[in-house]
Design a protein around this ligand. Structure first.
Ligand SMILES: O=P(O)(O)OC[C@H]1O[C@](O)(CO)[C@@H](O)[C@@H]1O
Length: 450
């Protein structure tokens, strides 16, 4: 068990420092998103006027209240709206400002109705284009070559697929045209994956993972260490696990379904991130000691590409229509939803402008009941640790001590917030890249708090 202590967070990040990454998101990314959404739909004059007003407000105006009768007015009041009304978008917590931007954008295009545009996702054309892209098909075909590999090797590959799938973030790519072409740096800045595979709920799913000394590895910047280099090695544990799964299947026993254990997967982006997330969930259900996965998605379109229930449906359709191993997994996941083994949850707090430390009791109870919560992506990481100027060496276990159960973060680094680095790793990153490693989307981490 990791030792942890409760600590006080440093100041939250605001967007009011010209030249900073948060400032550029508010000053450049948000206006660009408004333009792209406007161009993607044949909106009527009312939506155009509302988009104009939002663009003007973001550039020069102040935060305004929600319209009268907004269905979620009380929630936003609980989340601090009254305190921020009348303030510049740049002078309030950045996380709050960004979240409220997406809420207002949906208002502008009539998403919340009443009217014919109710429920029309303004980001759907971008999400679908990505789902239909040749890269997505290539990734699905690659699954075939994994099908007959040992269970531990598959587990590691799927974990890394889910982790690096987090680069498929449309908000990030829309405003940073070079992001996609930038090569990922192979070494993780923190890597607790081997400890992850020793958790009871996952142990058989990751059979063959090397626990090593203390069950954890740490990677230096760009070193490549910490990622598994044992991919071709079919270990005794792999063989034992595979034999066990085969034997269970021969007896007609549902593999992995015996423990009454659930996992929560807090999804991030749709499309090319959600597909590997679903494949990881399928693997854990099939080979782990968990018999239920709860997939937490956003209750409405958010941060451009964040996954909603509709995106889960699109991803499952993509899988089932793909052929080969992808289709097989798609059908199993489809059936898992019918059986209640895989459920989708769209809790209002999933799109709240607050850190998870302030989650409501019902959500806390859900995470508390899970054997493990997997938290995907940059934004969820910011919400998990708190969107503050942490010293990068602040232990991850300390900043997540409040979380009601074991939690693992899978994230590519796309914003300034970072915790849990060792001093040597931070120094190596800074020496090699200045501060670019924090926001470029080229580095990643796997951090576990048991
Ligand atoms: O899709 P992700 O990984 O949550 O990333 C969200 C992105 O949006 C941001 O919030 C900036 O808008 C950054 O945190 C990150 O670059």
């Amino acid at each position: 068990m990791t030792r942890m202590r409760r600590i006080t967070a440093p100041p939250v990040i605001l967007g009011n420092e010209p030249g900073s990454f948060p400032h550029s998101v508010l000053a450049e990314r948000h206006p660009a998103i408004i333009r792209q959404v406007r161009d993607a739909f044949p909106y009527g004059p009312e939506a155009h006027r509302a988009l104009d007003a939002l663009a003007e407000s973001c550039a020069e105006g102040v935060i305004e209240p929600l319209p009268d009768g907004a269905h979620d007015r009380h929630s936003w009041q609980d989340w601090g709206l009254d305190a921020w009304v009348g303030r510049s978008w740049f002078d309030v917590p950045w996380l709050w400002s960004e979240s409220y931007f997406y809420r207002r954008l949906l208002d502008a295009v009539g998403y919340f109705g009443p009217g014919p545009w109710a429920g029309i996702d303004p980001f759907r054309p971008f999400k679908l284009a990505e789902l239909d892209a040749a890269e997505t098909d290539r990734e699905l075909t690659a699954l075939d070559s994994l099908a007959d590999r040992p269970v531990g090797e598959r587990a590691r590959a799927l974990l890394h697929g889910s982790l690096w799938g987090n680069r498929a973030d449309l908000g990030f790519r829309l405003s940073d045209g070079e992001a996609e072409g930038r090569a990922a740096v192979p070494g993780l800045v923190a890597d607790d994956s081997e400890a992850l595979w020793t958790l009871p709920a996952l142990a058989t799913a990751g059979a063959g993972a090397d626990t090593g000394a203390g069950g954890r590895t740490r990677a230096g910047a760009g070193s490549g260490a910490g990622t598994s280099d044992r991919a071709d090695e079919y270990t005794k544990a792999d063989a034992k696990a595979d034999a066990g799964q085969d034997e269970k299947r021969d007896r007609g026993v549902s593999v992995g379904a015996s423990s009454g254990t659930s996992l929560c997967l807090v999804a991030d982006n749709a499309g090319r991130e959600l597909i590997p997330d679903l494949l990881l969930a399928a693997h854990l259900l099939d080979h782990g000691q968990c018999d239920r996965v709860v997939l937490h998605v956003k209750p409405y379109p958010y941060y451009v590409s964040d996954a909603t229930t509709a995106d889960v449906v699109d991803a499952l359709r993509k899988l089932t229509g793909a052929g080969g191993a992808a289709a097989e997994q798609g059908r199993r996941l489809w059936a898992a939803m019918a059986d209640g083994v895989l459920t989708v949850r769209a809790h209002p707090f999933s799109a709240a402008p607050l850190p998870y430390a302030r989650m409501p009791d019902d959500l806390r109870a859900e995470f508390a009941a899970a054997a493990l919560t997997i938290v995907k992506g940059d934004l969820n990481y910011r919400r998990l640790v708190g969107d503050s100027r942490w010293d990068p060496t602040t232990p991850f276990a300390d900043v997540t001590a409040y979380f009601p159960g074991p939690v693992v973060a899978l994230r590519t680094l796309k914003s300034d917030v970072i915790t849990g680095l060792d001093a040597a790793t931070e120094a190596a990153l800074a020496a090699a890249e200045g501060q670019r490693w924090r926001t470029g989307g080229t580095h990643a981490l796997i951090q576990l708090r048991e």
